[in-house]
Design a protein around this ligand. Structure first.
Ligand code: FAD
Length: 306
């Protein structure tokens, strides 16, 4: 395998897994490179993609590396929102200055795998992979974030992140996630994650909870227990009405418990009634998961209100 000129006129190499790697320096060059070679696959930190290559699940004909695109590695402010570059790494999002801005996303970033994964793995890769265990995903769902997608010819379109995760709107040929637009709520936010073991690990269940005082709302999303984050909307509305937004926002422990149970039952409902009207017991593992979700939701709300 030899070297060849990249689709965007950039230096290319020839790794074992792909015939060519293009390293564009702007988002539009990356889109052009993908458009010119439809079989090419974008790669950011490579933590998900290279795992698929190494296990033989994926043999990309060519790669378009996103690591040299500086415009998507930071963030900027825009109309009460933060415009986050898709190339932000988990390590960068976990730092204090970012945590002051979007605390729940920083907490999720700090929980996303061991340090070498956090140093390389990016926000855009986490979203595009759309793994149920993606830690950023419930946070973005609770924040009702949107994606700015870059397409051929400099085109940009904006879609809710939930539409991409639900498969209602997919990335089209040549398109890349450029930025994630997140509202700045200036209020407590919490991300909690339960793993199957001590230390870093993939989530068994996770809960992101944000307070939105301007809209007098609580928004919550549960991750890892379904293909995409689940929003328990009725539980959110119920607890939002219970909170005294003008005074101290504390809730009694019984209300926190009830919220946890409400969220868990909404996300993991009882089994359908049998013909004789009896309700079959959920399997023990499912009941355990439901208790885990209830505990995470209760604690997340308690911490956000404390
Ligand atoms: C050992 C290990 C532990 C992990 N633990 C966790 C964990 O605890 N929590 C967690 O959330 N994740 C975890 N991950 C998964 C992974 O690290 C994250 O999902 C990471 O954010 C992926 O980002 P990346 O930049 O490495 O993506 P890549 O591997 O580069 O790409 C992933 C996919 O996204 C596409 N893509 C990348 N960027 C873009 C873009 N801008 N636009 C369109 N498509 C794009 C690629 O084509 C590819 O299909 C773990 C992975 C490993 C290997």
């Amino acid at each position: 395998m030899g070297q060849r000129e990249g689709a965007a006129g950039l230096t290319t190499h020839a790794p074992q897994a792909a015939q060519a790697v293009t390293l564009p320096t702007t988002l539009d060059e990356a889109v052009a490179a993908l458009t010119a070679v439809p079989a090419a696959v974008p790669v950011a930190g490579g933590t998900d993609l290279m795992a698929a290559v190494n296990s033989g699940q994926l043999r990309p004909a060519a790669l378009v590396g996103l690591g040299k695109i500086s415009e998507i590695r930071g963030w900027q402010y825009q109309d009460g929102h933060a415009l986050l570059g898709a190339g932000l790494t988990h390590a960068r999002m976990g730092r204090p200055d970012f945590a002051a801005l979007i605390p729940a996303l920083a907490a999720a970033a700090r929980a996303a795998g061991p340090p070498h994964i956090r140093n390389a793995g990016t926000l855009g890769g986490n979203i595009a992979s759309a793994a149920p265990t993606g830690d950023a995903l419930p946070v973005l769902a609770a924040l009702e974030a949107t994606l700015i997608i870059a397409g051929p010819g400099g085109a940009r379109r904006e879609i809710p992140v939930s539409h991409l995760l639900a498969g209602m709107d997919m990335l089209r040929a040549g398109e890349l996630i450029g930025y994630v637009r997140v509202p700045l709520l200036h209020a407590p936010q919490v991300f909690l994650k339960a793993t199957g073991r001590t230390g870093p690990g993939r989530a068994v269940a996770s809960v992101a909870l944000v307070l939105d005082p301007a809209r007098r709302g609580v928004r919550c999303a549960v991750g890892a227990i379904a293909p995409m984050p689940l929003r328990p909307l009725q539980a959110e509305q119920w607890v939002g009405r219970l909170i005294d937004w003008d005074n101290n926002r504390a809730l009694v422990p019984e209300a926190l418990n009830a919220f946890g149970e409400y969220v868990a039952a909404a996300c993991i409902p009882d089994a359908a009634p049998a013909e004789d009207g009896s309700v079959p017991q959920l399997p023990p593992a499912v009941l355990h998961l439901r208790r885990t979700v209830a505990a995470l939701a209760r604690r997340a709300l308690g911490r956000a209100l404390s």
